[in-house]
Design a protein. Structure first.
Length: 381
């Protein structure tokens, strides 16, 4: 029986949504337990969080730097760290833990620039460390099934992709969406983009993961719709892929009536695949004779490499927590294999820092396109 791993968390203090979500998701499989943390820049809030989580006081640290140094020197130190802070701080935190020899899981976007992300990618490779970026939606059984269908030629050559992620929570003037919205709308913390970094990177990663397509160039129009805003809150992007196919991406925070509406439509030479994040139990497949099929999670039709992540029988809906937990299942299995000397790259079934860097290349190309009058811009490699 594999031992239970120990992890630490940077961020995720009192009232933080995403830190709590990571902790709950990791707990689903029981493969790792929280052992250390630097939950807030406020020592008082960090200690408060440690008490809530029943963490040993000596392993609640005043800073992430202290945490990395002391945990790396402990015989029973953490096996990996989870970084759930605002975007602008990701680079320095992740770099510190990589240099301390500790595996990293970081919320997306992984950094605020492509150059930073590439540096972390190279550092992780140099150190022989694992680095996961939590594009949560790619943990769904159905999203993995779509990846397998396309890889196996189910819909032939991909010709066109339509993908969108509209939300409506930041649609109103003088409403920054509380704690979660304030830092996203702040250029100093978000990295110079709001909606595209928050939602557009999910769109880019979902399409890339499901289809395997690489973007050649983009043409973007990044709008600031709500009065008083500084950063984009509505983005439209034309995409050309390396195989010649086309794509249209839309991300928005001003779409009243929409919650978390990530949707992907993939059109091939032999059929079509449709997927909607808010109903993630099913995949719609349209064959070349226009026959429409719905494949539901929990049935034998789902590919073996996807169905292994299912936790409940059909008819018992699985959702967002399970999806994130599936990413951590693969990540913790890889960390354990690294420690046991049995790791192979083929074991990785989660978004890596390479995917994170590709997301930042997409963002930067869109920014350049929009600032220069909506022109075509090639993607950095």
């Amino acid at each position: 029986m594999a031992r239970v791993l120990k992890y630490g968390m940077v961020g995720g203090g009192p009232g933080a949504f995403i830190g709590d979500a990571h902790r709950r998701s990791i707990a689903l499989d029981g493969n790792a337990k929280l052992a250390a943390g630097a939950f807030s820049r406020s020592a008082e809030k960090s200690s408060q969080m440690a008490e809530i989580l029943h963490l040993e006081p000596s392993r609640c640290y005043a800073s992430y730097q202290e945490m990395a140094e002391k945990e790396a020197s402990r015989e029973d130190g953490i096996d990996f760290v989870v970084v759930v802070t605002p975007n602008h701080s990701h680079y320095e935190i992740c770099k510190t833990f990589l240099n301390a020899g500790i595996h990293v899981a970081c919320d997306k976007p992984v950094t605020i620039s492509h150059a930073q992300a590439k540096e972390l990618q190279e550092l992780a490779c140099e150190k022989g460390l694992l680095f996961m970026v939590t594009y949560t939606y790619m943990g769904y059984v159905t999203s993995k099934y779509i990846r397998d269908l396309i890889k196996n030629g189910e819909i032939g050559d991909i010709r066109m992709v339509m993908a969108e992620f509209p939300q409506g929570w930041l649609a109103f003037e003088d409403d920054m969406g509380g704690k979660q919205g304030e830092w996203r709308c702040d250029p100093g913390q978000s990295g110079g983009v709001n909606c595209l970094g928050d939602l557009g990177t999910h769109v880019e990663n979902a399409v890339a993961t499901m289809t395997g397509l690489k973007i050649k160039r983009v043409l973007a129009k990044m709008d600031v719709v709500v009065p008083g805003r500084v950063l984009d809150d509505n983005d439209s992007v034309l995409v050309e892929y390396e195989n010649g196919a086309s794509g249209i991406y839309w991300s928005s925070q001003v779409a009243i009536g929409y919650d978390n509406s990530l949707r992907v439509r993939i059109y091939g030479s032999k059929g079509t695949i449709l997927w909607f994040q808010e109903t993630p139990e099913k995949v719609t497949i349209i064959d070349k004779d226009n026959t429409i099929r719905e494949v539901h999670r929990g049935y034998a039709a789902v590919s073996e490499s996807a169905v292994k992540y299912g936790r409940l029988p059909s008819g018992h809906p699985e959702g967002w927590f399970e999806s994130m937990a599936n990413l951590y299942r693969s990540f913790t299995e890889c960390v354990t294999a690294k420690q046991e000397g049995s790791f192979k790259d083929s074991m990785i079934d989660y978004p890596t820092v390479t995917a994170g860097a590709e997301g930042l290349a997409f963002v930067e190309a869109c920014l350049e396109s929009s600032k220069n009058g909506n022109i075509w811009i090639d993607i950095k490699k």
